[in-house]
Design a protein around this ligand. Structure first.
Ligand code: ATP
Ligand code: MG
Length: 425
């Protein structure tokens, strides 16, 4: 037999067994966005490579190692989007959504990074992201954090996640700190690993979250980011913390939190968990006031976050809060050719009358026994029974499948009343 073609490593099918969980999570996210007045934006999955190089930064893991980049048939260099923020800013500028107005936006969809596949780390994964433009204050940072905290409660995972918070300072503070850090680390060049040496030139703040123990030891005596923040940056952080305190939301100030991408300033945060092994960051975000201008728009303050939906679902599985698939209410069994002829039309009438009804019609005939076996397996609450004798008497049988109670027969009108009563419609 010919060898089948398999899927690409690190890219997954979402099976029919899994889609109910995805759909319910997506539905909750949509409802949450409505509750906060955020509107959905949908961007293309492919963008010009330059967009990501110019926004995420050349000396970042994503741009250096992880992007799926290819020339198309015209020779234009394109990239499968590794994240959503750059596309969202590009779209916002191009569609005139950002200038002189506040935009609260969300998006969702597949992202692509060529990483080493492992649990919680895939080459195609899904992010849900939120971006807020035109508001410079820490109150909008706080809104995003409160919104994410609400989501954790709704998903039943609030006890499993912790908020890590830091300030990178505004542009001026960040530049000042960068110089101090480079001056300090330059004295220890010979002790830095290859990655850190490269970052020392291009993206020195990234060295702060190096996983190398020797580098971490060096950083013990490095200048502190928090000590170089100017007054405005300190006030920004103080207001954010105030609001979080008022809400009673706990957080951990983590000086080493810098985030991988170049564009962040002031507030950065991550929601982390210790229940998913090494891939512990569920949601990450921060302020990026310079990015819109950097990509050719007028200067616009911005703040946002993105969460990985696979990690979120894994955490829900871990916490046993995954929603169950919704079984049909009714399974319509059809015994004999006349019932088969009339059954699907009866099903349409029932759906007309009961908009909330989930009804699975049996197709393909078969014995009573085999049809009831399928009815039971479907998870339905009741089987509807239509056969020659029911047709003769103008009735439909209603048989409970989840307990041993008797089958009853009803006229179609009675049946509608009975179903409305039993399901509380
Ligand atoms: P990590 O440190 O785990 O590589 P990151 O800093 O690269 O994460 P971001 O770019 O901030 O991640 O993306 C936001 C979120 O998207 C992450 O917190 C995570 O939940 C999810 N995510 C990122 N990369 C992957 C991936 N390869 N597979 C699955 N989820 C991912
Ligand atoms: Mg990464």
């Amino acid at each position: 037999m010919a060898k089948g073609i398999t899927r690409i490593r690190g890219m997954h099918d979402i099976t029919p067994q899994q889609t109910p969980q995805w759909q319910q999570l997506e539905q909750r996210l949509r409802t949450l966005m409505q509750a906060y007045g955020y509107d959905e934006i949908r961007m293309p999955i492919v963008e010009k490579t330059d967009l990501f190089c110019r926004s995420i930064g050349e000396v970042t893991d994503i741009v250096e190692k992880e992007m799926y980049t290819f020339p198309d048939r015209n020779g234009d260099l394109l990239t499968l989007r590794p994240e959503g923020t750059a596309s969202c800013v590009r779209a916002g500028i191009e569609q005139g959504l950002l200038h002189n107005q506040v935009q609260r936006l969300w998006y969702q969809g597949p992202m692509f990074r060529h990483e080493r596949p492992q649990k919680g780390r895939y080459r195609q994964f899904h992010q849900f992201g939120v971006e807020c433009y035109g508001l410079a204050g820490a109150d909008s940072d706080a809104e995003l954090i409160l919104m994410s905290a609400r989501l954790w409660s709704e998903l039943g995972i609030a006890d499993a996640v912790q908020l890590e918070l830091n300030s990178l300072g505004n542009h001026a503070s960040r530049l000042a700190y960068r110089d101090q850090l480079v001056a300090y680390l330059s004295d220890y060049r010979h002790e830095l690993d290859e990655d850190s040496l490269r970052r020392l030139e291009g993206n020195p703040l990234r060295i702060l979250d190096s996983k190398n123990p020797q580098t971490q030891a060096l950083l013990q005596n490095a200048p502190k980011l928090s000590e170089t923040l100017d007054q405005a940056s300190q006030d920004h952080m103080a207001l954010l913390c105030d609001i979080l305190n008022q809400q009673g939301l706990k957080y951990h100030l983590n000086e080493r939190l810098v985030r991988g991408l170049d564009y962040y300033c002031l507030t950065v945060f991550e929601w982390v968990t210790d229940r998913l092994g090494a891939q512990g960051t569920v949601c990450a975000g921060g302020r990026y006031d310079g990015l819109v201008q950097q990509l050719g728009g007028r200067s616009t303050p911005a703040v946002g976050f993105a969460m990985g939906l696979e990690r979120l679902l894994s955490l829900m599985e871990e916490m046993e809060t995954l929603p169950k698939a919704q079984a049909p209410h009714l399974y319509l069994t059809l015994m004999g050719t006349e019932a088969q002829r009339q059954g699907l039309v009866l099903a349409e009438r029932l759906r007309d009358a009961l908009p909330k009804l989930r009804l699975l019609s049996h197709c393909g005939g078969g014995s009573v026994k085999s049809q009831f076996k399928k009815a039971d397996k479907s998870g339905a609450e009741y089987a509807l029974v239509l056969g020659d004798s029911e047709l003769e008497q103008g009735v439909i049988g209603l048989k409970p499948l989840r307990d041993k109670s008797e089958q009853h027969r009803f006229s179609e009108t009675q049946l509608l009343g009975e179903l409305k009563m039993r399901f509380g419609w």
